[in-house]
Design a protein around this ligand. Structure first.
Ligand SMILES: [Zn+2]
Length: 167
């Protein structure tokens, strides 16, 4: 190693470290990997798990306290994962500010502080279980996201209970 910290090969040529380029397409230099970008969001909503086509007893057997007539609420934590290749020019898979605005516009504004059973069209006829809410969220977001990207939705209904929907 010389005084400037440069290493030399036995032939005296500087050994190249790194790629010798800092921008531009990485194809051919690296394996193309997929990266997952995640935005966390949340909304509060009330719901009741109840099927009107079942009698009271069956609803209670299946849904327990969640079938209570007067509804109950959850603080839903939502993670939206977008997976794809990194754009060589921007260095992004997707702009997180854009993703945050999309989630606010399509999901939070629609469901926050709503009674899912009474206030939304989606759950008038569908039981608002975490599974069904995650499916609806995925379906609302999917058309808005580049089809080259994979989409996964993780929905926490409680700190310990969560579901994942990958379409
Ligand atoms: Zn509940």
């Amino acid at each position: 190693m010389d005084l400037r910290g440069r290493r030399h090969s036995s032939a005296g040529e500087p050994i190249k470290f790194g790629l010798g380029r800092t921008i531009g397409p990485l194809r051919g230099l690296f394996y193309i990997v997929k990266i997952t970008v995640t935005r966390k969001s949340h909304f509060n909503a009330a719901h009741r798990l109840y099927r009107p086509d079942w009698d009271e007893q069956r609803n209670i057997e299946v849904y327990g306290k969640c079938a209570n007539a007067n509804f109950h609420g959850h603080n839903y934590n939502l993670l939206v994962h977008v997976r794809g290749e990194v754009d060589a020019e921007t260095g992004y898979v997707v702009d997180l500010k854009w993703l945050a605005d999309l989630i606010d516009r399509c999901i939070v504004e629609r469901f926050d502080h709503q009674n899912l059973n009474l206030d939304t069209t989606e759950f008038r006829t569908m039981v608002p279980t975490a599974e069904n809410i995650a499916q609806v969220i995925w379906s609302l977001l999917r058309p808005e996201i580049n089809s080259a990207h994979e989409l996964k939705v993780t929905l926490y209904e409680t700190e310990r209970n969560y579901v994942e929907c990958e379409g």
